[in-house]
Design a binder for this molecule. Structure first.
Ligand code: BG6
Length: 488
């Protein structure tokens, strides 16, 4: 379709993000024949390498990252046929002429992907403008972190706004590109069954777990200044929370969805210093074992500052102050060096108002909806049925009504988040991207949490690598008579 015709200029083409995620994703789009035959990709990097070397290096990464079967020669040939490499010092205003030379008289929309540190988004915008590369049809994709607090996010967003309209900006949160995250929208708003139950009358609490096995992967410089709260909660977890908690949008447009998400962020109850003790746990991993192999503690990682009190784990009990969610805690936890890579959301429904079965099974009697993002994307609803066998009487049994996407639909591979998000940018669809006010309301809430911590001056609680976080994070939820869900 003509509407997917575009040129793509990618700044930071030799960086980790571009090499690990963006080029493989673009290749997969080409393999699926989604890139328009006329689409061209300009890879821009500071480094002095020639085009052949760039392509060879990128191909090597494909071989390391993608399944062998995906690397079909015809698709590779088509893909690399679209790619040009251009060395560019991003501060060299004059050099941006080369982008125009590459564009020639093309009138296709230009998509600019800034896979660079946010500190230079403004400079790139300014130089693009100076070289007359920006048209109303231009789209710009930027990555997190948009600042490290509200104030710095203002600076970055203000700079971008000097050169681009909000309708041209695509702020990536790659969690929004995950298959199950989008399914959450379908599940909630296409199934009246759930829609009618989705509030404080029927839901007791919600859990969001985003556990990672990896440590900080050589990113000490970045991570130690950020910490897990800024790196994961401000964006990914709050985005998940918004999609679970938002009111039904009136349509699927970016404006409608983002308006509803913002309302959730505005309704988050501040975690003031007096709540810190009961609503928040910060952790830092010590040496331990992952998959039976010893791994170093956070403070022993390469380049570590031994006195660091940055957190690699956070658990938060969040509350949303509105009619739908009053009294329903959202327990969130995320950490590095946990026993498995697992992201899931669990909606706990309240028990039936009157219970008539075995008293000793009463604790079973509430439904849970489990929404699994990774691994094994799927949705499962825990329901109670009668146990089989004449001797069982009316004993209850809890089991899943299950929908495993791979088993049920056999649709082959699940596209990576970046494939989906790049495809949406190409189509000019902003609904899976984060609007400026969302970033800002999220920071507002995070900032006061961070200030509260600072005020109390408490060090993070230790947890051994390979565990589910500090004991205090378990205490946080048991205090409310609940526990973190464990897969049986
Ligand atoms: C990134 C964070 O945004 O998300 C990383 O900066 C984190 O620290 C990563 O490891 C997790 O993403 P995923 O898709 O592997 O769950």
């Amino acid at each position: 379709a003509a509407s997917t015709q575009c040129d793509l200029a990618l700044f930071g083409a030799l960086g980790d993000l571009a090499q690990r995620k963006l080029f493989p994703a673009l290749f997969q789009l080409e393999r699926a024949k989604l890139l328009h035959p006329q689409t061209r990709i300009l890879a821009l990097a500071r480094q002095e390498v020639d085009e052949e070397a760039f392509k060879a290096q990128t191909l090597e990464r494909f071989k390391a990252l993608l399944p062998k079967n995906d690397l079909d020669d015809a698709a590779l040939k088509r893909f690399f046929g679209k790619v040009r490499f251009q060395q560019l010092d991003f501060g060299d205003a004059e050099g941006y002429r080369r982008i125009n030379e590459w564009r020639g008289d093309s009138e296709d929309p230009l998509i600019v992907y800034m896979a660079t540190p946010p500190a230079i988004y403004g400079m790139i915008g300014e130089n693009l403008k100076g070289a007359d590369c920006i048209q109303p049809s231009t789209r710009v994709v930027v990555e997190k972190p948009i600042g490290h607090n509200l104030e710095s996010s203002f600076e970055i967003n203000d700079r971008l706004a000097e050169f681009f309209d909000e309708s041209q900006l695509y702020r990536i949160d790659h969690y929004l590109g995950k298959e199950t995250v989008q399914n959450l929208i379908a599940l909630r708003f296409a199934n009246n069954l759930f829609a009618t139950q989705w509030n404080q009358r029927y839901i007791s609490h919600v859990e969001i777990t985003v556990a990672e096995k990896v440590g900080i992967e050589g990113r000490w410089g970045y991570f130690d200044k950020a910490g897990q709260l800024r790196d994961m909660v401000q964006n990914h977890l709050l985005q998940l929370l918004c999609l679970i908690a938002m009111d039904p949008p009136s349509d699927l447009s970016a404006g409608s969805i983002r308006d509803e998400k913002v309302k959730v962020l505005k309704a988050l109850k501040p975690i003031t210093p007096d709540l810190m003790e009961t609503h928040m746990v910060r952790g830092q991993y010590t040496a331990g074992n992952i998959d039976g192999k010893p791994v170093p503690g956070y403070l022993d990682e390469e380049g570590a500052n031994e006195g660091s009190s940055t957190e690699s784990f956070v658990a938060i009990k969040a509350e949303i102050c509105n009619w739908r969610w009053a009294g329903v805690p959202f327990y969130m936890r995320t950490g590095k060096r946990m026993p498995q890579k697992l992201s899931e959301i669990i909606i706990h429904f309240k028990p039936a108002p009157h219970y008539i079965f075995d008293p000793d099974q009463k604790h079973l009697a509430n439904n849970k909806l489990i929404i699994r993002l990774q691994p094994d994307e799927g949705i499962s609803l825990q329901v109670l049925t009668k146990d089989q066998g004449l001797d069982k009487g009316m004993r209850l049994r809890q089991g899943p009504l299950q929908l495993s996407f791979s088993e049920a639909f056999n649709t082959g591979r699940v596209p990576d988040a970046y494939e989906r998000l790049l495809w949406e940018v190409i189509k000019g669809n902003q609904y899976l991207f984060v609007r400026r006010d969302e970033v800002e309301y999220a920071w507002r809430w995070i900032d006061q949490v961070i200030e509260g911590w600072a005020e109390l001056g408490l060090p993070p609680k230790k947890y051994p690598a390979g565990s589910w976080g500090p004991v205090a994070s378990i205490a946080m939820i048991t205090r409310d008579g609940r526990s973190w869900y464990e897969d049986a």
